[in-house]
Design a protein around this ligand. Sequence first.
Ligand code: FE2
Length: 420
Amino acid sequence: MSTPASAGANLLIKGVRIEDGPAGVDIRITDGKFAEIGAGLTPREGEKVRDYTGKLVLPPYIESHVHLDTALTSGQPRYNESGTLFEGIEVWSERKQTLTYEDVKERAGRALRQQAQFGIQYVRSHVDVTDPDLTALRALIDLREELKDSMTLQLVAFPQEGIESFPNGRDLMRRAAEMGVDAIGAIPHFEFTREYSVSSLNFAVELAQEYNLLMDVHCDEIDDEASRGLETLATRALEAGIGPRVTASHTTAMHSYNNAYFLRLVRLLKMSGINFVSNPLVNTHLQGRVDTYPKRRGVTRVKELTEAGINVSFGQDDIEDPWNPMGTGNLRDVVLNGLYVTQMMARPEITGSYNFITHNAARTLNLSDYGIEVGNTANFIVLDAEDWFHALSFGAPVLANFRAGRVLAECEPLARRVHF
Ligand code: FE2
């Protein structure tokens, strides 16, 4: 998936640090592409100059898991009082009755523009297809096309109420594939039986292969240690040779697996090459709701997966909807929460944590033409901080979000004053 370069963006960025590299680097952008990166570059005729001396430049953030169709509906028609995933599904099922094409497009567009302000340019959104009219999917397919010069949107056919356990579930998934989704989903932990769970995954893998699509499964998002859709998904991915094109999202049951089982499982996960997305903010809110004390954290084993060399990225999951009454779309909040809750607080884990929402996520989304390298499309963000540690710790604003060298969103630096 590549980004079209907008004509004429010729720009010189002065004095920045790129990722964890040295400070004081300049970046030349010619015709919307990175043309030269180095110290002491001088402006050429017709080139605009932006002096960002002392600031941090990163590739744009990637939202690898969000639900744009449900975004900004919190309280409609009622709030999720228990805070469980399952009450959230009930509330959404009620809200779905009043869904319109315009409603979805307006809210999703608003959420995407909010995310652009926080430095995001690539978004993988799940779209509920357990709706006989596929209203949300029609709206988001159109929005994907309308916004493509500003945001890269990937859509996942997400069967919120099941494939085998929802009337015509298989048919709806197939219609979504034909309409043009980017990825096929599933929800094995919500299916009525273990047999349905397995057959839904088999069906999803076959459908993805038939239409040559990526996969992203809501997999074992439950505290039940017996929920083991993941082993089926990873095995099918391994056998089909499609692991790097497959993602297991949430996998919160892994938090509760016994260590002997996990040890066996991790070998399969490595062999399969599948990707993981963890949504630490929302899963610390939704999981452990039927625990008394001790209360489980409910986030998958990010630290252990990472140490095993398995690709993990972080997602927001929900922005003010039945599963998250808060949430702005700002991935900085997700990374900060993720590091604390997974106890990934060693210095290298903190300083490298931007990878969860940049390079790791690019791998999850199977992106090409991503990263600050000569020849790539000039997509990048500038943060009001000298390095990632300070950007993360102080919640530094994204000063500018550049797409093909043009500004998508920007803000003024914060002026902080202390009067003592
Ligand atoms: Fe989700």
